[in-house]
Design a protein around this ligand. Structure first.
Ligand code: AMP
Ligand code: MG
Length: 210
């Protein structure tokens, strides 16, 4: 059972990348942590959309539903690709997306951090805004420095999580402008697909010591 967590700042294009990975690798299940959080959140809180969760749910409740989601993922069978956040930016401060209890339950083999130029991220978010109504999303448009700071925190928290999990940390950086549309998504999905295949192969050969 291979479990790979993929993180990036919101609106970086993670979903596009992961859908491409599914096209390339057979037998892989995509798990969206935010979808599962939202399922929990609508049960107990007046939440209109998934982007409200980080603003309207208190710390204790947020911890509880986050851990429930991780427990659900821990019971899932097969090879999983997990779309989530290393850190969630809230009005009060950064909140860990992969704290110890969560990472223990998910038990990942690798945490992949996708880093982009802040300018590219802003451009993707602006494009997303146009589809906002349709998808009921609200991507905040931040300035370059803020996006960079957020990305730096994602990296810090992802490394901390990988250290606790004793798993691989994979940093994929796309810092040059695209030469053709979806170049970054294509390259990122190729790297993640190769990683999943390599982990599968390595795990098949393992001695599984007690
Ligand atoms: P997304 O659609 O991936 O941007 O996720 C939507 C929302 O789900 C985020 O704004 C967070 O509130 C929540 N979420 C996603 N992953 C996690 C996580 N690992 N821990 C806590 N909350 C999360
Ligand atoms: Mg997404």
């Amino acid at each position: 059972m291979v479990r790979v967590i993929v993180v990036a700042v919101p609106g970086a294009g993670k979903t596009t990348v992961l859908n491409k990975v599914l096209e390339k690798v057979e037998g892989l299940k995509l798990v969206n942590f935010g979808d599962l959080m939202f399922e929990q959140a609508v049960k107990y809180f007046r939440i209109a959309n998934r982007d409200e969760m980080r603003k309207k749910i208190g710390l204790h409740d947020y911890r509880v539903i986050q851990e429930r989601v991780a427990a659900r993922i821990s019971r899932m069978e097969g090879d999983l690709l997990i779309d989530t956040h290393a850190v969630v930016k809230t009005n009060l401060g950064y909140y860990p997306g992969l704290p110890c209890r969560v990472v223990d339950l998910i038990n990942p083999d690798a945490i992949v951090f996708l880093e982009y130029r802040p300018e590219d991220i802003i451009q993707r978010r602006v494009k997303d805004l146009k589809a906002e109504e349709k998808y009921r999303r609200y991507r905040e448009i931040e300035e370059v420095e803020k996006v960079q700071e957020h990305q730096d925190r994602v990296r810090d928290y992802a490394i901390a999580a990988a250290n606790h999990a004793r798993c691989y940390f994979v940093h994929l950086r796309f810092l040059k402008p695209e030469k053709y549309p979806f170049q970054h998504a294509e390259e990122a999905s190729k790297s993640i697909s190769e990683l999943v295949e390599a982990l599968r192969e390595a795990k098949a050969k393992e001695a599984l010591l007690e």
